[in-house]
Write a protein that binds this ligand. Structure first.
Ligand code: X51
Ligand code: ZN
Length: 661
């Protein structure tokens, strides 16, 4: 199934008609540069183009009051003075004779997305709209917003499709107080928002935007606010919040539909956000949400005012919605202290509502974050922050011709859409000799020799991005792992992340050069950690504790993977690991966000049943939802948490609080 794209130039036909410094950044060019970038990059053609439609009164009244709608209906006939007068009752928003029409199209576009995703016409989609929506309230326009596009879409989905649980992720740099107000006591809609806050000094300067606003009554726990109390937040800060807060809670909630308030003023260069996250981060944020709700994801444009980073961020988002692997994230160096303080506060405010946060550290003096910055924290000095930020545009990486290859025993059936890597006759004799010498030693086992040499061919093709990913059923998994790791780690710049699922001794030594990082999910109790590059995640009994496995994946394996930033991910499943297909697909799907999607899955020959599900995830198909997650087994929470506390000295991404000692 495809990716929908909704855009209509009619939504560019309104603009600011007078002088208002607060509103001058919201210009029609925001839409045209974004759409043109999608066309120029060829991404628009790969999407299913859907027409806009006007939201009806009934649609709008799902969120807004009659009197507000009636008032807005009068604006097309207002004189300039009347328009200015009309706006003066609201904050930082302007009206125009054509904005009511465009606001209906913007809300209607979001409904078009919901319809086409819920009816299975497309898998996911993006709507490029203006005016934006997430600030507008039941009775008021605000922050360039007239109708709350995403809130209307959520109410519409509940009413028309009886959707039980909806997740709204708001990565715009402003707090969508209109969304928060709409769903504050609604446990069916989980709202995540991060936003520039600076201890309430930043617009909309609301006390209700702080982390301790968790929702009311039945809705308590379903409103998650992450205030950024400093500018300059980077990719690492965003990813840390995803790994240690947004994803664990989202997986526990298990939404049937994901709506994204896709504002790109959280990207570098934006005059509003003043953050430093680069456009490619939106490929990762999108990717990390795509295995929720069976991939049903609707992204609706909110803010974004830098006409260079906005189109780049839009392209990164759409490219990922189309299933292309995310680019390798550049220089992730771990979250900053201010981000960790915010993360710590939010996790502790929500620990009583979400079992995945139960062990989160309390904040002894967790007053609201209006407290002043820690003494001695240097403020970004004036002239530095005045410099125009520059960033490297993410290199255009075309998706590989072959997105997944299968290396199976000759009688094996190659899954559809997979390229079958047959035993190629023309084996490189030098490689054959090396294999014989180093790995095969004595046995003249020519079948293994053939398998191993084909594995090296597969790795070389992945290295050249001719093949995206691969799966192999092998007789001798240890020999295969050794061969793959040695061959892949050989190139100087390469780093290999090996994710071992199942008991058994890892058949090679990780030395301290950091060329390989092994994370092993095992049921065997592990003694002390030998090395920072060999990490045993021990889960009690078999892998029946799905919540425990998922939380360890999200809050341990993923952060480690992002910090390590491998060039290849090898996932090894030793027989009898007993993971359900759905959990296995979630693991493969999430890991695909690393190494530009270069994932190689090695399984024992008898694991035929996993070939189909593995291939599906390697091809970028969303993994099936797991259902709401119960609490993880306490002993698994203990051991995972203990492991994280021990490892955080070596791995910054494992930090979740400000006390870094
Ligand atoms: C959609 C939005 O969140 O980008 N609007 C920002 C309004 C800022 C007013 N000072
Ligand atoms: Zn914004």
């Amino acid at each position: 199934m495809g990716t929908a794209l909704i855009y209509d130039e009619e939504m560019t036909n309104y603009k600011l008609l007078w002088v208002d410094p607060a509103c001058k950044i919201e210009v029609p060019e925001r839409l045209t540069v974004s759409y043109e970038a999608l066309v120029k990059s060829g991404l628009a053609d790969r999407c299913v183009s859907l027409p806009v439609r006007e939201a009806t009164d009934a649609d709008i009244l799902l969120v807004h009051s009659e009197e507000y709608l009636e008032a807005v209906k009068k604006t097309p006939y207002m004189t300039l003075e009347d328009l200015m007068d009309f706006c003066s009752q609201y904050g930082d928003v302007y009206f125009h004779p054509n904005i009511y029409h465009c606001a209906k199209l913007a809300a209607g576009s979001a409904l078009q997305l919901v319809d086409s995703v819920m009816m299975g016409k497309v898998r996911n989609g993006m709507a490029l709209v203006r005016p934006p929506g997430h600030h507008s309230m039941r009775n008021a326009a605000s922050g360039f917003c007239v109708f709350n596009n995403v809130a209307i879409a959520a109410q519409y989905a509940k009413q028309k499709y009886a959707v039980e649980r909806i997740l709204i992720v708001d990565w715009d740099i402003h707090h969508g107080q209109g969304v928060q107000d709409c769903f504050e006591d609604d446990p069916r809609v989980l709202y995540f928002s991060w936003h520039r806050y600076e201890h309430q000094k930043f617009w909309p300067n609301l006390r209700d935007s702080d982390f301790d606003r968790v929702g009311n009554e039945k809705g308590a726990g379903f409103n998650v606010n992450v205030p950024w109390n400093k500018v300059g937040m980077k990719n690492s800060d965003y990813l840390s919040v995803f790994c240690h807060l947004f994803l664990p809670v989202a997986y526990e909630f298990c939404p049937d539909l994901v709506l994204v308030c896709a504002g790109f003023d959280s990207a570098i260069g934006d005059p509003e956000g003043e953050m430093c996250a680069t456009p490619d981060i939106f490929a990762h944020l999108t990717h990390l949400l795509m295995n929720l709700a069976g991939g049903k994801l609707c992204a609706v444009l909110e803010g974004g005012y830098n006409l260079t980073s906005l189109p780049q961020s839009v392209c990164q988002t759409v490219q990922t919605l189309l299933g292309d692997p995310a680019p390798r994230p550049a220089n992730l160096d771990g979250p900053c202290l201010s981000a960790l303080e915010s993360l710590h506060c939010v996790r502790s405010a929500h620990k009583k509502y979400w079992s995945c946060l139960k062990h989160a550290a309390d904040l002894p003096t967790c007053e609201v974050s209006t407290k002043r910055n820690k003494v001695g924290e240097e403020e970004i000095n004036e002239e530095q922050s005045k410099q125009e930020p520059v960033w490297r545009e993410c290199p255009k990486t075309l998706p590989p011709d072959i997105s997944a290859a299968a290396l199976l025993p000759d009688d094996g059936i190659c899954p559809e859409r997979c390229y079958s890597l047959k035993s190629s006759e023309d084996l490189d004799p030098s490689i054959v000799n090396k294999l014989k010498e180093h790995i095969l030693k004595d046995t003249e086992d020519c079948e293994t020799l053939s398998t191993l040499s084909r594995l090296t061919v597969l790795i070389d093709k992945m290295e050249k991005n001719e093949i995206g990913s691969g799966l192999a059923l092998v007789k001798d998994i240890s020999k295969a792992v050794i061969c793959v790791v040695q061959h892949a780690a050989a190139a100087p710049m390469n780093r290999v992340l090996v994710v071992y699922v199942g008991d058994g001794v890892v058949p090679f030594h990780t030395n301290e050069d950091g060329k390989t990082l092994v994370v092993q999910f095992t049921t065997q109790k592990s003694e002390e950690i030998q090395s920072k590059y060999l990490i045993p995640v021990c889960l009690q009994k078999d892998y029946s504790d799905i919540p425990g496995f998922i939380q360890a994946t999200l809050s341990l394996l993923l952060p480690l993977g992002y910090e390590y930033d491998p060039s290849l991910v090898v996932v090894v499943q030793t027989s009898g690991c007993g993971l359900s297909h759905n959990v296995w697909q979630q693991l493969i799907g999430l890991l695909r966000g690393l190494a530009q999607g270069h994932t190689l899955v090695l399984m024992q020959e008898d694991q035929n049943a996993y070939v189909g599900p593995t291939a599906s995830s390697l091809l970028g198909d969303p993994a099936p939802p797991l259902g709401p997650l119960e609490a993880p087994l306490p002993e698994n929470v203990e051991s995972t948490e203990k492991l994280r506390l021990r490892l955080k000295a070596d791995w910054n991404f494992l930090l979740t609080t400000g006390n870094v000692k």
